[in-house]
Design a protein around this ligand. Structure first.
Ligand code: ADP
Ligand code: ADP
Length: 229
């Protein structure tokens, strides 16, 4: 069943006289509980579509149906509520708050969510049970990204949106992070959507959507997703 249904979504930016078309009539679906990868080179329009799916931006045209509701029709206030409570975000550069501990970073994000999970438990689940009182600067990049994943999971969202989650990590550390995202889909039945330029991530996905030059170029289902090795 489609959890995300994007229909003819376009996004244009007006720069003085020039119109930049960042997304040109994108249509694709991502199924509930699946791990979906949107693959494309820099400038393809990936961040634009992720920002729209996450309620951080609105499309110029088209429908963006998430869990049965067209969020393209949401007001700014509805979008803010939606992104605060319904979505877990994972970013390339973690976006942790430097003067809060690991535990506080997770608690802050989940404090506004009614059915949030216990911060300490989720941090244990990502292997950081002994780092609860550390500050981000005391953690490695991979550990910081695991805090960010714990922060996203603690909100107990149905959807995880991930922007180049391994982009700042070395290969081994990146694999640990990908395993957590795979588990979120395979074990927790979260819908996980990852945008990346790294084609190595394609093999772990149930579906790979290739975008380039603002358009969807191909959509491929993978009956046998395997972990990145
Ligand atoms: P990707 O994430 O695949 O690298 P983006 O979605 O960031 O691609 O960008 C797609 C295109 O839209 C690029 O040409 C980029 O310069 C342009 N773009 C993105 N955001 C803005 C913006 N806020 N204003 C103007 N142009 C933008
Ligand atoms: P705030 O609650 O500070 O106004 P927003 O409404 O912009 O924040 O975002 C709400 C949620 O969206 C946050 O709890 C966080 O999980 C996620 N989010 C959005 N943008 C970012 C970001 N740049 N860094 C970290 N989290 C973000």
């Amino acid at each position: 069943m489609a959890y995300i249904e994007v229909i003819n979504e376009s996004k244009r930016y007006q720069m003085g006289e020039t119109t930049i078309v960042a997304n040109d009539k994108l249509s694709f679906e991502a199924n509930q509980g699946d791990l979906t990868v949107i693959l494309g080179p820099s400038g393809a329009g990936k961040s634009t579509v992720l920002n729209i799916l996450g309620g951080m931006d609105s499309p110029s045209d088209g429908e963006v149906i998430i869990d049965g509701t067209d969020i393209a029709k949401y007001s700014d206030k509805q979008l803010t509520q939606f992104r605060r409570t319904d979505i877990g975000f994972v970013f390339q550069f973690y976006n942790l708050i430097p003067n809060l501990t690991t535990r506080e970073n997770v608690e802050l994000a989940s404090s506004i969510v009614p059915d949030a999970l216990d911060a300490d438990q989720v941090l244990k689940d990502v292997g950081l049970g002994d780092r609860l009182d550390n500050f981000p600067s005391q953690l490695s990049g991979g550990e910081q990204q695991r805090v960010a994943i714990a922060r996203a999971l603690a909100k107990n969202p149905k959807l995880l949106l991930c922007d180049e989650p391994t982009g700042a990590l070395d290969y081994e550390t990146g694999k640990q992070v990908l395993t957590l995202l795979e588990d979120a889909s395979r074990k927790d039945h979260k819908t996980v959507l990852i945008i990346t330029h790294n084609s190595a991530l394609a093999k772990m996905a149930d579906r790979v959507i290739r975008i380039n030059d603002a358009k969807v170029r191909s959509i491929e289902d993978n009956p046998n997703p395997t972990p990145v090795e």
